[in-house]
Design a protein around this ligand. Structure first.
Ligand code: EPU
Length: 447
């Protein structure tokens, strides 16, 4: 899928959808608790969610959306640990939490390697290590991880590194145990999982980056109901987009504490930020102060906003430095920005960003947040339009991105790849751009 983007200013308001990365632990929590019905409100209609639903179907669940799509009901009474299609399981990373939830509920799980965006090494050694610490026997064979056993009591486990889905899995495995887990990730999605469990009777509490559980072995719930928190990465993306392309925007449905670091960076750089009830208003500036940013575990600056902020920092009046400690190789956007005219160097693990003007070009996104960052670049670029291929990645994590962007004045058209095979020459691009509506079968990305 190709997006054609043109220089735009934005104005108006957007409403943030439910959080992608809160959906997976919500589902896993329902499974681990033994629920026959898992009701989840505020579920974003994005590709990663639909892939997860397909995986659940393979496990024996069915589902339906109710209340005009606002509520998803997963019927999980017939769920059983079955073989998954590795291809489906490997499409997303969030699927990995099925491991902890099945082990917790059935004492057995067999999963292929999870996938997700290609943003560097994404091993699951910590997930396996925690399963072993909780008393499960785990072996890897033929591309599958097979685990079985019963959760031990009185377990103390310490993660070697902070891992979000690893923490979610360990907590899920421990809900019927007496356990202490140290060095946990405390991203809002993990905190939500802890509060869901608390609500359904698990004696669990967090103290800093440690969680203490005193679970009951006979724990079971018939029905669970969750409401997803707003997506902090989507909120941050709209804020950074506005600061980059220029304009004024009200971003609604935001939890301030979840995006505090991003707000601090934007405001230190010179964007005007004001907070109202559950919403943030931002007004851009023509030029920004440079910044030194280290993307790290929550509450630090999120790695999932690293690509987007790199684009904004091109508008700084000095040199900015960005280090991504979580995914140091999350760099696919950099070459593309350089193609657009950006001066960016990669040195000693740092992304060094010089003040630069960027110009419309043909570029390619290779992952979800890269697609968001390069869309921002296309809306910010001077002179020609930007032809962004690989735009489909956006559908993995942003609900109605195109519609929301258009509603605030962003100029974007989206085409299926096979309709535009001759996008290579600039003149042809211009022609296509003018005649696109008649010649090509325009496809809205939500269709
Ligand atoms: N890591 C290991 N071993 C493990 C697990 C992780 O070495 O067993 C390393 C990873 O390679 C990485 C670091 O630990 O360097 C942190 O990875 P983490 O496990 O926290 O990432 P994740 O759980 O796979 C989730 C989000 C990502 C987000 C990261 C970091 C979901 C489904 N995904 O991934 O979201 O970037 O946490 O915050 O929750 C996205 O939404 O675009 C996205 C990639």
């Amino acid at each position: 899928m190709i997006a054609v983007l043109k220089r735009s200013f934005v104005e108006g308001e957007v409403e943030v959808s439910g959080a992608k990365n809160a959906f997976f632990p919500a589902v896993a929590c329902g499974i681990a608790l033994g629920a026959k019905k898992i009701k989840i409100r505020n579920v974003p209609k994005i590709k990663d969610v639909f892939v997860m639903l397909e995986i659940l179907r393979e496990l024996g669940c069915s589902f339906e959306f109710r209340d005009e799509g606002k509520e998803l009901i997963i019927f999980s009474e017939r769920i059983q640990p079955r073989d998954f299609s590795p291809e489906l399981f490997g499409k997303i990373r969030g699927s990995v939490v099925i491991f902890g939830s099945l082990l917790s509920r059935f004492g057995f799980a067999k999963i292929p390697m999870p996938g997700g965006c290609k943003i560097g090494e994404r091993p699951i050694d910590q997930h396996i290590k925690s399963a072993r610490a909780f008393g499960f026997y785990v072996e890897e064979s033929g591309g599958f991880f097979v685990a079985k056993g019963k959760t031990s009591r009185n377990v103390s486990f310490t993660f070697d590194i902070k891992t979000v889905t690893g923490t979610e899995n360990a907590i899920l495995m421990a809900i019927r145990s007496k356990a202490e887990i140290n060095n946990i990730a405390i991203e809002p999605e993990v905190q939500e999982l802890i509060s869901y469990l608390k609500r359904y009777g698990v004696n669990i509490r967090r103290e800093g980056d440690r969680v203490l559980i005193d679970g009951k072995e006979d724990l079971v719930c018939d029905e669970v109901e969750f409401e997803l928190i707003p997506d902090r990465i989507e909120a941050s993306t709209w804020l950074v987009l506005t600061a980059s392309v220029g304009g004024r925007l009200k971003v609604k449905n935001v939890i301030f504490e979840h995006i505090e670091y991003v707000l601090k960076v934007l405001s230190n750089c010179g964007a005007k930020i004001s907070l109202a009830q559950n919403s943030v208003e931002i007004e851009s500036s023509d030029v920004y102060e440079p910044a030194d940013i280290v993307a790290d575990s929550f509450p630090a600056f999120p790695t999932d906003v690293q690509p987007q902020i790199c684009v904004m920092l091109l508008k700084s009046k000095g040199i900015s430095r960005v280090v991504d400690k979580i995914f140091p190789n999350r760099l696919s956007h950099i070459d593309e920005l350089v193609k657009m005219g950006a001066k960016i160097e990669l040195k000693g693990g740092e992304i060094i960003i010089y003040p630069s003007k960027i110009f419309g070009s043909s570029i390619r996104a290779l992952d979800l947040r890269g697609a968001a960052a390069l869309s921002i670049a296309g809306l910010m670029a001077e002179s020609n339009s930007t032809y962004l291929s690989g735009f489909d990645f956006i559908q993995r994590g942003y609900e109605n991105f195109v519609e929301k962007l258009r509603s605030i004045g962003g100029s974007i058209e989206v085409f299926e790849d096979d309709k535009i095979s001759h996008f290579s020459k600039e003149s042809e691009k211009m022609k296509i751009e003018q005649e696109s509506k008649e010649i090509f079968n325009y496809v809205s990305y939500t269709s």
